[in-house]
Design a protein around this ligand. Sequence first.
Ligand code: FAD
Length: 395
Amino acid sequence: GGGRVVIVGGGYGGTTCARYLRRLNPKIEVLLVEPDARYTSCPFSNLMLAGIEPLPELRHDYRSLQDDHGVRVIHDCAVGIDTDIQVVKLASGAWLTYDRAVFSPGISFMWDSPVGYSRDTVTAMPHAWKAGRQTRILRDQLRAMDDGGVVAIAVPPKPFRCPPGPYERAGLIAWYLKQHKPRSKVLILDGNETFSKQDVFEEAWAQLYPGMIERVGVSGYGAVTRVDPATNTLFTETDRHRVDVANVIPSQQAGRIALETGLADNSGWCPIDPHTFESSQLPKVHVIGDASIAYPIPKSASAANSEAKLCALAIVALLADEAPPPASLHNTCYSMAAPDYGFSVNGIYDVRDGKINAIDRAGGVSPLAAPASVRAQEARHAHDWYASIVRDSFG
Ligand code: FAD
């Protein structure tokens, strides 16, 4: 038998789930709801804003999913769900019935966190935490800045999408500044004390950009609490920083539709059963990707892709009244500190006592003090990872 699955969100989670459902059981009808005709990838967008060439294509369309994989792609926005009659409601007024629904809507921003940061200030102080127009605005501000300027990156408190992302960005901006505006500085104002791959990042910065990157953690009152876009000023509890370019990454929560449908709990994120990624709040609705609570798995494209496959396997089994297979998940995040300087973190996970568990000694972080050839090789692996995840998701 088949069945009908409605997927909301055509990012890394939603596309992978659509593709694998069709591969696992071509009798399943898969409808993918996504407002945009083209998706812009956040992975590799930090290279774009630093002007690094050659850059792989960041934009991907849904043609292959539709033409080669038999996914029905609907360019519309989900606005609600009725779990009693099992329909997803769209902005156009259409209702899509489902046997199972999957939500992968990514993140939304918490406006006024920091205070003063809103929809109206994202052009003056771009977040560039959803790629596309925002990435170009930040890149153009970096290009327009005079030598000797200060670029600040305000990092929100955890959890946020892509834990190593702000630090990769800091290094790649420094790479750009070192060549074009060598008297400039990068200031990281951080709402956290420690961060992903910290030792390897700090080693890289000391080697490549001595004195150019300064970071203040939360114990040094680094957290940005308020912004003033009119004067490009960032306020912490103890200081004010008037800077030349302000990349303010606001606090985050699950995508708006997850909040509006009751998929999210008080934390702003969506609790799930880790065996199937079925929502703990709404029956027969699954949540994958950044919007879900999958701690200790970080919010990454790699994780969204892995969760999507697990979810597809589980849905195929559940639609056939079979038990879902045992859960196995993984995450690989590459970061770059320069075009030829890459490193990574890996994790493999199973589920024990209803909780996601990082398997001991499976995975880890690239070593410190590695030779340049190893960093260059990992940078090439990052490109290979990107090419392969794009194919695995968008077909
Ligand atoms: P998304 O990819 O954001 O997709 C969500 C989709 O849902 C969007 O297309 C949106 O239009 C759609 N949507 C939202 N609401 C609705 C609605 N109501 N109806 C229909 N559609 C809707 N991860 C890595 O693994 N490696 C990296 O190197 C990496 N680098 C990154 C660098 C940066 C600067 C950033 C910001 C992130 C990076 N990430 C990286 C993280 C990665 O981008 C996210 O974890 C990933 O995109 C999550 O996938 P998702 O499917 O949950 O959400």
